[in-house]
Design a protein around this ligand. Structure first.
Ligand code: IPE
Ligand code: IPE
Ligand code: MG
Length: 260
């Protein structure tokens, strides 16, 4: 029954107006556990099922890029046992999903200061990335040990090096060129950014790339976020008027012209 309802909800989604890149701040695992008097780890574990469902649904809808904020640079300052548990969960997730990702043509990528991750996790990321690299249907991009500000700074450092070595002419530095130095090189900017658990902040997630992302905040905690919640977010995204600085009238004119 829920499958039938799910299918009907998918039909309400306009395939012509899907985000090319969906980015998600998966927040609220700790509070989900707290509400049930469970240890925080139980919330993180329950959140893995939400990850599976969101990945499956994005693949089904044919959304080309999904970025999940799984671990921020600031999260390194959490209690060591929690950091260890999160790294363990991540390893288990990668090991258990590799076949499913391959079967569905999903290429796994990771962005962030990956060298800070435990060697075992780095190795698994390299292996999963290599084994799924031929996937053409979707990119699943995990933000790990990630900070948007750090990403911009490392881009600047690399760019300066290239300028010093004569590979880049400073006057020719524009936004497309700069984007090639970001972790997200080659990926479109996020069109839709979802944050669960009701917090209205970016927490340093894709700060440069989200300049014109539509932001959707839901009170639903990440472990409760399922297919219907994702479809509701996409439904709202499709009803928003993205103006990119123009007037509403200009946007309507553009639409009429492109429909001719
Ligand atoms: C998100 O849930 C998962 C990570 C940040 C790794 P939280 O652990 O932040 O959950 P809350 O915000 O404490 O409820
Ligand atoms: C953001 O959540 C990071 C991830 C979801 C991985 P946090 O829970 O760490 O963010 P703050 O501390 O509420 O800003
Ligand atoms: Mg949180």
């Amino acid at each position: 029954m829920s499958e039938i309802r799910g299918t009907q909800a998918v039909r309400k989604i306009d395939p012509e107006k899907l985000p090319r890149h969906l980015a998600v701040i998966m927040d609220g695992n700790g509070r989900w556990a707290e509400q049930r008097s469970l240890p925080r780890l139980a919330g993180h574990q329950a959140g893995v099922e939400s990850v599976r469902e969101v990945v499956r649904t994005c693949r089904e809808l044919e959304i080309p890029v999904l970025t999940l904020y799984a671990f921020s640079r600031e999260n390194w300052s959490r209690p060591p046992w929690e950091v260890r548990a999160l790294m363990g969960l991540l390893s288990r997730y990668l090991r258990s999903e590799i076949r499913e990702l391959k079967k569905n043509g999903i290429a796994l990528k990771a962005i962030g200061d990956l060298e800070k991750l435990p060697q075992k996790v780095q190795d698994l990321l390299v292996r999963t990335g290599a084994e799924t690299a031929t996937g053409r249907e979707m990119v699943l991009n995990l933000a790990l040990s990630y900070s948007g500000r750090a990403e911009v700074l490392q881009a600047v450092r690399h760019l300066i090096r290239d300028v010093q070595q004569g590979r880049v002419e400073p006057d020719l530095i524009d936004e497309p060129l700069f984007s090639r130095y970001l972790y997200t090189a080659g990926l479109p900017d996020p069109d839709l950014l979802i944050r669960t658990s009701g917090e209205f902040r970016l927490s340093d997630f894709l700060t440069y790339q989200s300049a014109y992302a539509e932001i959707y905040v839901t009170k639903t905690l990440w472990p409760d976020f399922r297919k219907k919640d994702l479809l509701a977010a996409i439904g709202e995204f499709q009803n928003r008027e993205r103006r990119f600085g123009l007037t509403g009238e200009q946007i309507r004119e553009k639409k009429t012209l492109s429909n001719r």
